[in-house]
Structures are given as structure tokens and as C-alpha cells.
Design a protein around this ligand. Structure first.
Ligand code: GRF
Length: 177
């Protein structure tokens, strides 16, 4: 069963839901976001774990891992989750945490990958699905797909369309393992 971590719009969560993947629950680091509404609309258990509600990051991440385990999660998917996970979380799901990122890693890690690619003047960028470690967008790569930068005004939409296609594909393959 999959646990999906989100922080914002949740369009990648929606792609996982629409693909009919076995999602046990959805967790976020913020309340009041569209992704949590999407989870509720799909009838999925959803909970926010805001840092301010816990003593520190390790405690928050331990309680987050406890809840996911309670929900039966054995594969964690970061779908636009904008927080680094600490070792107490990573240790609970070894080699079972994946992330989708809007660039061809290791190029353009971080939170503004699409704009960084535009600013750098590259002709090709893309999407990466990778395992998660303690770094910023730095774990082993599972799948990448290239996207042409031109036409620039539709780049973000074209990148998101690739994310919405390949993230469910990779997750389906990992679920089968
Ligand atoms: C996606 O571009 C994803 O690659 C990045 O954050 C964005 C999340 O979008 N990590 P959404 O919340 O899934 O719509």
C-alpha cells in the first residue's frame, strides 16, 4: 500500500488516484491545501503534520512514519512534498521512498527547477523519478524523461503532463516488486 506525501496543489496525487493505485493514506506538512481536499474527495484518510505542532523535526517525522505504518504503508511517494525528511523517517522505509522532480537530475535540484532551467538557457530539461535520501533531490534515479524547453510558455504544463504519466507508471512497477 502507498502513502503519498504532499504540500500543495496535488496534481501528482490526483494522477496516482486516477491510475487506480492502492493508496492507503495521504499526509502533508501543511493544512488547508488543495492536495488534502483531493484526498478527501477520493475518500482517502488524510492528515496534516505541521512542524509547529511538534517538538522538533525528528519527532514530527517519527509520528508521520508511525501513522503511515498504521495505515499499512510500505511504499512512500513524495508528490510535491516540499520538506526534507529526517533520518528517523528515512530509516523506517529503506529503499521504499520515491520522489518526482521537474528536471533531469542532477541538473536543477531544489524548489525552482523549471525556472532555473529556463534561466540557464538549456534546450532540454525533463522529469526525474528517484529514490529519496537525506539530500536535496539527490537519491538514485529510477526513471527520467526529457522535455524540450521550447516553446517556453508551455514548458511547465508539458513537464507536469510527463510527471502525471511516468510517476504512476513507476509506482505501479514498484508496487509489483
Ligand atoms: C511537481 O512539479 C513536482 O515535480 C514537484 O512539485 C510539483 C508538485 O505539484 N516536486 P503537485 O502538487 O503534484 O501539483
Amino acid at each position: 500500500m502507498i502513502g503519498v506525501l504532499v504540500s500543495g496543489e496535488g496534481s501528482n496525487l490526483q494522477a496516482l488516484i486516477d491510475a487506480g493505485l492502492p493508496i492507503a493514506c495521504v499526509a502533508s506538512n501543511r493544512r488547508g491545501i488543495r492536495a488534502l481536499e483531493r484526498a478527501e474527495e477520493a475518500g482517502l484518510p488524510a492528515r496534516a503534520f505541521e512542524l509547529a505542532d511538534f517538538r522538533d523535526r525528528d519527532t514530527r517525522d517519527r509520528e508521520l512514519a508511525d501513522w503511515l505504518e498504521l495505515c499499512g504503508v510500505d511504499l512512500v511517494v513524495l508528490a510535491g512534498y516540499m520538506h526534507l525528511l529526517t533520518a528517523p523517517f528515512l530509516d523506517r522505509f529503506p529503499d521504499r521512498i520515491v520522489n518526482v522532480h521537474p528536471s533531469l537530475l542532477p541538473e536543477f535540484p531544489g524548489t525552482s527547477a523549471i525556472n532555473d532551467a529556463l534561466a540557464a538557457g538549456v534546450t532540454t530539461t525533463g522529469v526525474t523519478v528517484h529514490y529519496v535520501d537525506e539530500g536535496v533531490d539527490s537519491g538514485p534515479i529510477i526513471r527520467q524523461e526529457a522535455v524540450a524547453v521550447e516553446p517556453r510558455d508551455t514548458l511547465a504544463d508539458r513537464i507536469h503532463a510527463v510527471e502525471h504519466r511516468i510517476l504512476p507508471e513507476v509506482v505501479r512497477e514498484l508496487c509489483a516488486r
